[in-house]
Design a protein around this ligand. Structure first.
Ligand code: URA
Length: 234
């Protein structure tokens, strides 16, 4: 969408006034002043007018959040705990989380206002691998790795094959990378418990090809056009 139309459709002003704001250097794209009225705004662009971020009406927004501990993955909480909605509160659109992470799990959470995409991504038949780094107690022996890879019973449900590798084994704990396709409640914690290791820290580092990368906890970034295409093609 053309930049002047985009600004107007965010409900800030008329298209003519938008042209004036652009010409005066009051409009930035991804932090840099943009003076081209006809600039074609991309899904991944962050547009600000007079320092305020804006979104055009009806636009689909896709962000990757690095969830800290102590946030629940929902939009409100009757117990008044912090919710992930607070992490994206400067985005005018109402975004909701795709799937969930436990209160104490950190890392990659996708948030969007695209209901279709959220539904498809969380549907079991799509089989997107979600990758976690877990710090667990004790030794993750080859026998335990073999069980995790094959599938374990986590209380009435046998998990499907997982990809698992030990990154580092210390005397009393281990750092393990594990990729799973399902998203049962507390699944990674239950899988390790089933083989005798307790999860101490858990971080999600990837959902399919979307990677957390180097983003500070509590921060978010918009997905790139390629990442959005990847997700919509799943
Ligand atoms: N598995 C868990 O145990 N917790 C999460 O938050 C995600 C996957």
């Amino acid at each position: 969408m053309r930049l002047n139309k985009y600004i107007a459709s965010a409900g800030i002003c008329s298209r003519r006034k938008a042209d004036e704001l652009i010409a005066a250097g009051n409009v930035k794209i991804n932090g840099a002043v943009m003076r081209e009225m006809g600039y074609d705004v991309q899904e991944s662009d962050q547009v600000s007018v007079n320092g305020q971020m804006i979104e055009a009406a009806g636009r689909k927004v896709y962000v990757a959040v690095n969830k800290p501990k102590g946030y629940i993955t929902s939009m409100s909480d009757e117990r008044d705990r912090a919710t992930v909605a607070e992490l994206v509160k400067d985005i005018p659109e109402r975004l909701f989380p795709v799937g969930r992470l436990d209160y104490n799990t950190t890392g990659l959470l996708l948030m969007t206002n695209d209901g279709d995409l959220a539904y498809r991504l969380t549907h079991p038949k799509h089989e997107v691998y979600k990758t976690y780094v877990a710090m667990v107690s004790g030794v993750v022996s080859d026998a335990r790795l073999a069980k995790l890879r094959k599938g374990v019973d986590i209380g009435g449900f046998v998990t499907s094959p997982a990809k698992v590798r030990v990154i580092k084994q210390n005397p009393r704990s281990a750092t393990v990378e594990i990729s799973i396709r399902e998203g049962k409640n507390r699944q990674v914690r239950k899988m390790f418990a089933a083989v005798g290791n307790k999860v101490i820290e858990l971080e999600r580092i990837a959902i399919g090809e979307i990677r957390l990368g180097h983003m500070q906890q509590g921060h978010y970034r918009k997905l790139t056009r390629r990442e959005i295409e990847y997700l919509t093609n799943i």
